[in-house]
Design a protein around this ligand. Sequence first.
Ligand SMILES: Cc1cc2nc3c(=O)[nH]c(=O)nc-3n(C[C@H](O)[C@H](O)[C@H](O)COP(=O)(O)O)c2cc1C
Length: 439
Amino acid sequence: MTSTSRPRKQIHLAAHFPGVNNTTVWTDPRSKSQIDFGSFEHLARTAERGLFDFFFLAEGLRLREHKGRIHDLDVVGRPESLTVLNALAAVTDRLGLAATVNATFNEPYEIARRFASLDHLSGGRAAWNVVTSSDAFTGENFRRGGYLDRADRYTRAAEFVEVARELWDAGTERPFRHDGQHFTVEGDFGVARPPQGHPVVIQAGDSDEGREFAASAADVIFTRHGTLEAGRVFYADVKARLARYGREPDDLKIMPGVTFVLGDTAAEAQERAAEIRRQQVSPQNAILALEQIWGVDLSSYDPDGPLPDIDPVADSGLSQGRTHRGDVFEVAERWRELSRAKGLSIRQTVIETTSRQSFIGTPASVAAELDAFVQGDAADGFILVPHLTPGGLDGFVDEVVPLLQERGAFRTEYEGATLRSHLGLRTPAPHHGRILTHD
Ligand SMILES: Cc1cc2nc3c(=O)[nH]c(=O)nc-3n(C[C@H](O)[C@H](O)[C@H](O)COP(=O)(O)O)c2cc1C
């Protein structure tokens, strides 16, 4: 699979702190707080011990709701991400620190200032995952009475990043002025140009507009395309878009979010994976997952019994927040067919169809598989999503990282001090004395 004409690609690794997801196992006795600083610190220190490129925090601006109550799998009381990263900067040395912050509800001056500050405080380790958070339910937190049209989200996000970069370039050297479609701002930035020039920009949307935005403006893509086949197709698609913006394939790193389960033997890992799936999809959560599709109360159904015969109700409002699963009629039919074909109960169907683990096996087989993905151009690296907080990465760092190093596919020490250097990204030259104006 590895081409002989090019050097072995180096794998990039990031640690996702769980919390805005469906994968965390709460019932495991080793599961600890998802909001205490000690938990963030444990995962960050583990990632740094494993020489990871960066630590990653997602953003959930508003807790999901289900049947008028907070969604069972969401984390109440989680502190704001940039504040957490500033604290982590003080207890880590080299690890990149990435926060997801949406471009739909914020303003560029404030966000540029906060990421520049993190970049200074951490000595060049800041990264910003620019998301577009489209749903009106989330937008209500911001009292705008509505939200941006889907079509405008990426034009705003692209201009948002452009303005932020203009501000970073202006630093304390000169005033800035930007006159554009979404933003007309001018003044003095007041924070010196960040050590990385521009903090690393990550992008996570998957639509055509999202991919185009990434190709034009991002340094890293966080993607859900985590299988070998889908990863290769996505990788080729996005890398091919770069030339249009005068960029090289290496200027944009593709990192799918993936999960893993380790065992001493392949069979043990499979058994552990099955057990984790049963913990993730408790009987109660199986009904909840079904209700998110069907849009009606199904609490009278037996999780160990067959799927409902009734049709789903689209847009019933039963679930609010990021719970969208595509065309509910199509999903319901697909789930029913699977359940009929394999004789699966409600719970077994949900286990089969949602969030399976990506890499299951011995440390050696997982290391080989991760390496094959990267050498086979299905990814440039991975954002690892552990199912346990905060110790879920311990085994990976102790057992898999050394094997990746033995394969010559992963660093044995940090070579540089900044996140850009870990990712092999150039530091952008400042646009000296230029004041950009757009119409
Ligand atoms: C892998 C991945 C991770 C994402 N993480 C977040 C997140 O943490 N917070 C958030 O509000 N949106 C998140 N999003 C949502 C995207 O920012 C975007 O709003 C959504 O994917 C719709 O854009 P699209 O139509 O281009 O896919 C994520 C999307 C993807 C694909």
